[in-house]
Structure formats: structure tokens, C-alpha cells
Design a protein around this ligand. Structure first.
Ligand SMILES: Nc1ncnc2c1ncn2[C@@H]1O[C@H](COP(=O)(O)OP(=O)(O)OP(=O)(O)O)[C@@H](O)[C@H]1O
Ligand SMILES: [Mg+2]
Length: 606
């Protein structure tokens, strides 16, 4: 495992220039399947707002018409007004339940689709993308950015629409009820407008900072945990903790700033609301005394005022969440906008059928013609490469570190495409094979022999998900793992990540060989682990390897003498070129690089 890269401030993400448009398009594509539901919710919003606004009208009616009539002995109008009020209150409760429930369901459906889309897309992206982007950044896309979009969709969007409509309806009602008092209420909006404007830009930048800083916290956390062995081995904990707490502090400060804006705004709206209310009471009382307005209208005004100013701080919060969610959605859209560089052909070719049914003669010829390759950011790692490997040949690849061995096998497995030239399998260009055929024909056994959470059987079955239990056992037996697995507490059902199921590095390799055995590919590519195994384990691994490679074409990056011995042919690489090519015996008896290397190996064994 490579030492985790230190994340730095200058490692900013490049968002495409038209990202806002792309984020909108993404949102539209997510929302479109739920259009019917959204229209239905819009109707509910309007109804809810009407009901909320209408309540005080009934109260005004009760006070101004109902009570005087009741005093005169007619209780009808009062009962009617109260009944209307109760009915509207109950209806409003039902609507509140329905809308909250439906908004929740719809928002979660949208989020589910988005999460799936991101995951599927990220898995499809080529190795080149994953080798240059930190996994922490993808984690933050999938967690904190999703969370932010979710908050807005499930809690804010509906509330915002409701608040705006409600204020609009109230404004209209106020004008209808009493124009002079309405003007007093609207006057309170002038200072609020300026406060909102002032708050807006600081709020936006504060919330942007929260998005960026939380992403950095997650990146740093993921990297530290991924590299925990290196961190502990070199006692980097204090330094890693220091960096994390700097980033945490930035996140804290950004949040604190954002919340300070909210607090100021809440204070101001409360103050202005209360002042307006006082003014309304004074002026309203005077108007009532003068007989220009009725007491019920004044009561309704006071009730409306609460509902008028109430949604304002909610609106500001919602606006902030909107800023945060749209920044998050832009980042998610940018991930979805990245296209894989290694793409499947639209018209795939099919590999010719094997000449014989003999399972032990399944290899295919592998040819590299005039291949040149450079990573996106660098010089040619392979300047000009030609290689013909006949079907069934086992090739050991040796060479100094950085010679380009791993790069070569990443090309052969089509994790990257050559910059020039072509690689063919039985004369078919790898770029013309669909993914299913390519991955079933060419299998790469990676150095880390990755184990997924699950049982040992599950982990072996990765090679061929359709394999029966018997096949799994046969594969484990072939690589010499069966006896060990049977001694485990739960045998093949032992969880590899739980206690008792932990595997040694040799055993992990055997598991990955068993996968290959089940997958039954034509070509096996192996980047051998450099870790030293003890001699008995090494023998076990070598025997397993010989079994697995039987009848297949293979390229093995060999770090052990014993591996070279099972090869038919040895290639020595230096600076992206082959400098020696021959059978192990030929090269050993020669005077070249391999003869020296071989001697050094021998010496290290005594
Ligand atoms: N993802 C990458 N992006 C850019 N350059 C890379 C990348 N991977 C490898 N390189 C560069 O390509 C060259 C060859 O690397 P490669 O991993 O193929 O060497 P190798 O022969 O496998 O070495 P080792 O024996 O140490 O594994 C090196 O100079 C390396 O820095
Ligand atoms: Mg390598």
C-alpha cells in the first residue's frame, strides 16, 4: 500500500465552467419521474397556505359579527364562525401530515436514485480516474454532499414554498381587511429587505466554506484510516491529528459564521416584528376608538403579524440550505459528468471459440504491436513495445522498480488503453471486446488480494458468482486452501473480517488464486506481492500458482526466484523496454542482468 498523499489546500477541484447548468439538468432528470407527485404537492401547498391564512378571518368574523349577534340573542353566526374555524384547523392538520409524509417519501426516492447513480458511475470510471482522485473526496460526495441535498429536498423546499405563499396570501388579506394598517405592516419590510440583502452574501460564502471544509475533513479522515499502518509505524498520529483539528476548526468556524448570520437575522426579524406589532396596537386602538375600524379586524391583524414574520427566519435558513445544497449538487454533477476514458465498444467483436474442448489448453495468444503509453500527466512509460506471447505460455516479468512492469499489465488487462498501437487477444483488439468477455478472458490478480466483507466462500465465489458450493470447495482444494478453511470455526461460512477469520498474506493469495481457478480465464496476469513468505508458505503458494496457471497464458511480475522457475519464458524490463528475453535456463547461463539478479537471489537464500 502506498503512503497516503497529504491533502493540501491547493488541491482544489476543477469544476467544469457550465456546472450550474449541468446541476440543473441533473436535478430535472431526478425530479421528472416524480412530476405527478410534485404537482399534487403544489396543490397541497396552496391549500395549506389558504387554510393557514383563512383562520383569523373566521376569528375576526366571530368577534365582529358573531359576538354582537349573540348578545342580541342570535348565536347562529357565532357558531358558524367557530365551526368554520375548527374545520379549517382540522383540515390544515390533515394536510400537514399528508404533505410532510409525501415530501419525505419523494425526497428519499430522489436521493436513493441519486446515490445509486453516483455509485454506479464511480464504479464505471476507469482506473486512471481512481488513481488520481482521492477516495475521500468521493466519500464526501456520497455522504455530506448527499446529506445537504437531502436536507434541502426533505425539509426546506416545501416549507419555503409554503412560507412564500402564506406571506403572499396574508399580504392580500391584510389589504382587504384594512389598508392603513396593512401599510404599517409592509413598512416593517423595508428594513428587513436591507438586512436580508446584507446577510445574503456573507451567508452564501459561509455555507460554501462549510461544504469545502467538511470535504477536507472527510478526505483527511479517510486517508489516515486507509494508511493507518504507515501512520502508526512512523508515529504520524500527532501530525495527522494536528491537520485534522485544523480542518475541523475551519469547519467549525464556517458553521459558526453561518449560524451567526442566522442568529442576527432571527433577532432582527423578532425586533422588527414586535415593533410593528406595537405600532399596530397603538394605531389600531386609535382607529377603533375613532370608529374607523373594528376590534375584530385589529385582532386578526395581530394574529396575522405572528404568521407574517414567523416564516421569515425559516426562509433565511431555507435559503442558506439552498445555497449549500446547490453547491453540493454541483459537486455531485461534476462527478457524474466525468466520462470514463476506457469505454466499451458499441459493436463488440467476439473471441474465436477455443480449438479444443480441453480445459487444460485454454490459453490465448497475446500480442502487443507497437504500443506506446504515457500516463495523462507524464512522459512515455513504455516508449515502443512489441511482444508476442503464444497461447499457454507463462511469462515471468522482472526488472527494477519503476521499469514499467505494473504499467504493462494494466494495459494488458485494459485498465488503461495504449496511447498508440494495439494489444490483441487471438488477433482481436482488446478495445473491441465487450466488458463481460474481456473480464472473463483476462483476469488480474492484484497485489493486495482484496478481501470483501463476507464469508470465505463468498470471497472465493467472486471469481464466478454462479459457482456451486462444490465448485468453491474444488477451487479451494486445487490451491491447497481446503484443509485450512475446514479448521476455521465456521469453515467456509467463516466471516473473513471477523475474529477467527483473519487470513495471513499467503492465505489471502491463495484465496485470490482460488478466485482465478473458478473464473477460469484464458489469460492470467499477476502482480506478485513482494512480501516475503516463509519457505513452506512459499512452496504452498508456488504449487497453487502452478495449478492455477495450467493451460493458460500468463504474465507474472515475479519478485521471487521460485516464481521464475515455473515460467516458460523470462522478460527483463528496463525503462519501459525489454532488454532480455529467453527461457529461465538460457538467461541464467548467460551474463546479462537476469544472470546477476538470479545470482543475488541465490545468495540471499543461503
Ligand atoms: N498512475 C500513475 N500515474 C502516473 N505515473 C505513474 C502511475 N503509475 C506509475 N507511474 C509511473 O510509471 C513508471 C512505471 O511504473 P510501474 O508501476 O509500471 O513500475 P513497476 O515496474 O511496476 O515498478 P515496481 O517494481 O516498483 O512495482 C514510474 O515512473 C511511475 O512513476
Ligand atoms: Mg509494480
Amino acid at each position: 500500500m502506498s503512503m497516503p498523499r497529504l491533502d493540501s489546500d491547493d488541491e482544489v477541484e476543477q469544476l467544469p465552467p457550465d456546472i450550474a447548468k449541468k446541476a440543473r439538468a441533473l436535478l430535472m432528470s431526478l425530479v421528472r419521474p416524480h412530476l405527478g407527485m410534485i404537482i399534487f404537492l403544489a396543490v397541497i401547498v396552496v391549500l395549506t397556505a389558504v387554510l393557514m391564512v383563512i383562520g383569523p378571518v373566521f376569528i375576526a368574523d366571530a368577534l365582529d359579527n358573531g359576538v354582537p349577534a349573540a348578545i342580541d340573542g342570535d348565536t347562529g353566526p357565532l357558531i358558524r364562525a367557530v365551526t368554520f374555524f375548527v374545520v379549517s384547523a382540522v383540515a390544515s392538520a390533515i394536510l400537514a401530515f399528508t404533505s410532510t409524509r409525501l415530501v419525505g417519501i419523494t425526497a428519499q426516492k430522489i436521493l436513493f436514485t441519486l446515490r445509486e447513480r453516483v455509485f454506479t458511475h464511480v464504479q464505471r470510471l476507469d482506473l486512471g480516474y481512481h488513481e488520481k482522485s482521492t477516495s475521500g473526496r468521493l466519500v464526501s460526495r456520497q455522504t455530506s454532499d448527499m446529506e445537504s441535498v437531502q436536507q434541502f429536498l426533505s425539509y426546506s423546499l416545501f416549507e419555503t414554498a409554503l412560507a412564500v405563499l402564506q406571506m403572499l396570501f396574508i399580504a392580500v388579506t391584510l389589504v382587504v381587511l384594512d389598508v392603513p394598517l396593512a401599510i404599517v405592516v409592509f413598512a416593517g419590510f423595508v428594513p428587513l429587505f436591507f438586512i436580508t440583502k446584507a446577510a445574503h452574501s456573507t451567508q452564501r460564502s459561509a455555507y460554501r466554506r462549510t461544504r469545502t471544509s467538511i470535504a477536507k475533513v472527510i478526505v483527511h479522515f479517510v486517508e489516515t484510516m486507509g494508511g493507518i499502518r504507515a501512520v502508526q509505524a512512523y508515529r504520524r498520529q500527532p501530525e495527522r491529528r494536528g491537520t485534522l483539528s485544523d480542518q475541523d476548526a475551519r469547519y467549525r468556524d464556517a458553521n459558526t459564521d453561518a449560524l451567526r448570520g442566522v442568529a442576527w437575522f432571527a433577532g432582527w426579524t423578532r425586533l422588527i416584528g414586535n415593533i410593528t406589532q406595537t405600532v399596530i396596537i397603538v394605531i389600531g386602538a386609535w382607529l377603533v376608538i375613532e370608529g374607523w375600524t373594528q376590534i375584530g379586524v385589529l385582532a386578526a391583524f395581530i394574529l396575522y403579524l405572528r404568521r407574517f414574520y414567523g416564516p421569515l427566519d425559516e426562509l433565511v435558513q431555507a435559503f442558506n440550505l439552498y445555497q449549500s445544497a446547490s453547491a453540493a449538487l454541483e459537486k455531485i454533477a461534476a462527478v457524474l459528468d466525468t466520462d470514463p476514458e476506457v469505454v466499451e465498444p458499441t459493436q463488440p467483436h467476439v473471441l474465436p471459440a477455443h480449438a479444443s474442448n480441453d480445459a487444460a489448453a485454454n490459453g490465448r495468444a497475446l500480442d502487443l504491436d507497437n504500443v506506446r503509453f504515457a500516463y495523462a500527466d507524464g512522459h512515455d512509460v513504455l516508449p515502443r513495445f512489441d511482444l508476442n506471447i503464444p497461447a499457454g505460455q507463462i511469462v515471468a516479468l522482472v526488472g527494477a522498480t519503476g521499469a514499467g512492469k505494473s504499467t504493462l499489465v494494466k494495459l494488458v488487462t485494459r485498465f488503461y488503453d495504449p496511447s498508440e498501437g494495439r494489444i490483441t487477444l487471438d488477433e482481436v483488439d482488446l478495445r473491441d471486446l465487450d466488458d463481460a468477455q474481456l473480464r472473463s478472458s483476462v483476469v488480474m490478480v492484484t497485489q493486495e488480494s482484496f478481501l470483501f466483507a463476507g464469508t470465505i466462500a463468498d470471497n472465493i465465489r467472486i471469481g464466478n458468482p454462479g459457482a456451486s458450493d462444490d465448485d468453491v470447495v474444488a477451487a479451494a482444494t486445487a490451491v491447497g486452501l481446503d484443509a485450512y478453511i475446514r479448521r476455521l470455526p465456521e469453515g467456509y461460512a467463516t466471516d473473513v473480517k471477523k475474529r477467527g477469520g483473519r487470513l495471513s498474506s499467503g492465505q489471502r493469495q491463495l484465496v485470490s488464486f482460488a478466485r482465478v481457478f473458478l473464473a477460469d480465464p484464458d489469460v492470467v496476469v499477476l502482480d506478485e506481492a513482494t512480501a516475503h513468505l516463509d519457505i513452506p508458505s512459499e512452496r504452498l503458494v508456488q504449487n497453487a500458482l502452478a495449478t492455477v496457471l495450467e493451460g493458460r497464458t500468463a504474465i507474472i511480475i515475479a519478485h521471487r526466484l521460485s516464481t521464475v522457475e515455473i515460467a516458460d519464458r523470462v522478460l527483463v524490463m528496463e525503462s519501459g523496454r525489454i532488454i532480455e528475453d529467453g527461457t529461465p535456463d538460457e538467461l541464467i547461463s548467460g551474463t546479462g542482468k537476469f544472470a546477476q539478479l538470479h545470482q543475488a537471489w541465490r545468495d540471499s537464500l543461503v
